[in-house]
Ligand binder design. Sequence first.
Ligand SMILES: [Zn+2]
Length: 155
Amino acid sequence: MPRPFTTLPAADDWPPVLRRHGLRATSATLGVLGVMRRAEVPMTHEEIQRAYAREFGAPPDKVTLYRVLERLTGAGLCDTLAGADRRNRFALHASGSGHVFECSCCHKVLPLPDDPELPAALARLGKALKRQGIRAQASAVTLRGTCADCGRHAA
Ligand SMILES: [Zn+2]
């Protein structure tokens, strides 16, 4: 379960943050964080690996990358989003609400536009579930449909 997390460093001042979460500031970890900070949408393992290679040269091997992402997710520094294509995508925890749109054709994942009413609506749902004895925790909304690109091709 991700621990509550409040502040992300403004620039690339990750080492103290990582230490606070009991993680080592390895070059692989720092590189992955750098890649995710610049990413506009959640990325798959492969996308992270490719972006890492573009920016820093040789990327960490698959196993190392999986471990880094697992540790960052466990520490609440990054979020894992499971797509309908059964692939996980990763994003920095602060890079949005976790609410996403996923295209049913190409499985592109985009952050949802900010909606000031959404947190209140989710809180209401949480309360309604609580009355049924259900304790809801993470609340990420996923809307599915056809993205602009796929919609154009279909037309
Ligand atoms: Zn699409």
